[in-house]
Design a protein around this ligand. Sequence first.
Ligand code: ADP
Ligand code: ADP
Length: 222
Amino acid sequence: QLAIEAVDVTRSYQLDGVTVEALRGVSLTIPRADYLAIIGPSGSGKSTLMHLLGGLDQPTSGRLSIGGRDVSQLTASEMAALRNTEIGFVFQAFHLLPRTSAVDNVALPLVYRGLGARERRRIATETLAKVGLAHRVDHRPNQMSGGEQQRVAIARALVTAPAVLLADEPTGNLDTTTGAAVLELLERLNREDGVAVVLVTHDRDVAARASRQIAMRDGVIV
Ligand code: ADP
Ligand code: ADP
């Protein structure tokens, strides 16, 4: 069963009357429980591809389906609902609310589920335990180490039980040891819970740990 399928997808931007072709015909299938690393130089289209895979953006041409739904057929609010159920995002710079407790950061995506505050807190607490942060539930990100903050961000991405985690340079702001621990966490979630992981990285050693690697250059997979 496929989590995401892209067939001959292009994405171009208009910039001051000039067309920039960020993706020029990309086909990619991401099965459930995949662990895929994407490498490539700056400007090769990795972020553009991640935005598309995560339903944050629509292709200019080609076909893209997420969780079996053709994204070209969806309204903006259907796209938002699809992101909230199928996809979790992890970023290089964590993007947590710095003065909000870890549990409230993690519970945030559940607000759109119509769950009560107690239920949200219960699920968020369980998810923090899953990433090894049961003892940090009421800490704020600005009181935590970088590795802990990234684990909070991973818990926030997981709290909606998505099929796919999209991680854009998740270890880019971390030292080698802390980064390795974050990678081990992603690997365990992939192995034990069957969450598909799609990782953008500049680090060849990080990419080598994935079960598949693709390299991008000038908007295509090479
Ligand atoms: P990468 O993530 O590999 O660095 P990007 O996907 O960010 O590559 O960019 C691919 C190309 O598309 C680059 O030439 C970039 O400048 C261009 N690009 C990306 N996003 C936009 C945008 N919103 N508007 C215009 N050009 C963009
Ligand atoms: P990062 O390297 O942190 O992933 P990027 O440089 O890829 O950040 O992109 C940051 C944001 O700016 C993205 O939303 C991307 O679409 C946009 N962007 C990237 N390149 C351009 C560009 N040449 N013109 C306009 N927007 C761009």
